[in-house]
Design a protein around this ligand. Structure first.
Ligand code: OGA
Ligand code: MN
Length: 291
């Protein structure tokens, strides 16, 4: 079967079939990379990649990012495990430190925006899925910016937001899963609120849960503004929800997409593996680029 790319009804997202990501030729890879830039989120049903295959497909899009150790249940720094399952199959309590750490993902965010050089994209693969819930939602920040009234766009032009993991995770809890050294490596950082995509030239809003407030503005007022922008941005027709089946892989562009988990009953297991693409830039202390 030939490569098939079917856009969703939302402003972002496409479902890709007729391809095995583990055996991708250069022509299909190029078509997928183009489709990724066009649609910002690509869902690949039924891939059943091993962790090594997930990592090697992801590396074709760029160097991978080193994650926080709390995410790294496994030994391989390229593979981030997002799971409420312990090795013996028992489940973490939702209100345990690990459970709270995971719950942070259920608020709209873009991965690693609290890092000096944030991630360019992420790929998430489903290995164990709950019988109900556990979907992931994606929101199009290109379309959100297009829908903004021109006065607000002008107002945001040239402004930056402070992104802080201590702020965002502090609201949810589970911060003790990071060591003191890791917290030291994560001071608040600033990123422009309007961001131009280097491959497509399209501007997008760059906000989400790690964005604490606007640089140079009243903290409370600008936080409220960022929250309003986020709530407005993450609405139809700009949202695509992926309902996972075991073996699916979804690739998204962190430069122009917010995402969040929708949550699932805490007595059901869910085991996902993520590979994270390091942000572009000559010196990125978070890149795992093999030396
Ligand atoms: C992630 C994430 C949400 C989910 O993998 O970066 O936020 O549904 N996941 O697991
Ligand atoms: Mn995430």
């Amino acid at each position: 079967m030939a490569l098939q790319i079917v856009p969703t009804e939302a402003t972002l997202g496409a479902v890709v079939r007729g391809v095995r990501l583990a055996e991708l030729d250069d022509a299909d890879f190029a078509a997928i990379e183009r489709a990724w830039h066009d649609h910002a989120v690509l869902a690949f049903p039924d891939q059943h990649l091993s962790e090594a295959e997930q990592a090697s497909f992801s590396r074709r899009l760029g160097p991978l990012e080193r994650s926080l150790t709390a995410n790294n249940v496994g030994a391989d720094p390229e593979i981030i495990v997002l799971s409420n399952m312990r090795e013996d199959g028992t489940l973490w309590q939702a209100d345990s430190a690990h459970g709270l750490f995971l719950q942070g993902n259920n608020y709209w965010h873009t991965d690693s925006s609290y890092k000096r050089v944030p991630s360019k994209g992420s790929a998430l693969a489903a290995r164990v899925v709950p019988a109900t819930g556990g979907e992931t939602a994606f929101a199009d920040m290109r379309a959100a910016l297009d829908a903004l009234d021109p006065g607000m766009r002008d107002y945001l032009e040239g402004k930056s937001a402070v992104h802080s993991y201590a702020y965002s995770q502090g609201k949810v809890g589970g911060t003790e899963t990071l060591s003191a050294d890791e917290w030291d490596a994560l001071p608040p950082v600033e990123h422009p609120i309007l961001r131009r995509h280097p491959a497509t030239g399209r501007d997008a809003l760059y906000i989400g849960r790690h964005a604490s407030h606007i640089v140079g503005e009243d903290e409370g007022d600008s936080r409220a503004l960022l929250e309003r922008l986020c709530a407005e941005a993450c609405r139809a027709p700009r949202v695509f929800v992926h309902r996972w089946r075991v073996g699916d892989l979804v690739l998204w562009d962190n430069r122009c997409v917010l995402h969040r988990g929708l949550g699932h009953p805490p007595d059901q297991g869910r085991y996902m593996t993520r590979t994270t693409l390091a942000g572009d830039g000559a010196s990125n202390e978070w890149s795992l680029q093999a030396g």
